[in-house]
Design a protein around this ligand. Structure first.
Ligand SMILES: [Zn+2]
Length: 68
């Protein structure tokens, strides 16, 4: 499953602002200093539990790929 590779780096996902990989539970990006608690999509994916988060992130990734 290709999408699993995106989440395989010990829970690290791209920052919604600068796209650097950061911990999915981060409250603030260490690269661009963005306050991630103010980002609705980030809060949604980081607060959703287990499988739901996985599906949610997969949906976001697909959306980004489609819209890119
Ligand atoms: Zn960032």
């Amino acid at each position: 499953m290709a999408l699993k590779i995106n989440l395989g780096e010990s829970g690290r996902v791209p920052c919604p602002e600068c796209k650097e990989r950061i911990h999915r539970d981060a409250k603030k990006c260490p690269h661009c200093q963005s306050d991630l608690t103010l980002n609705p999509e980030w809060v949604k994916q980081s607060s959703a539990p287990g499988c739901a988060a996985m599906i949610c992130v997969a949906g976001l990734v697909l959306a980004v790929l489609v819209l890119a």
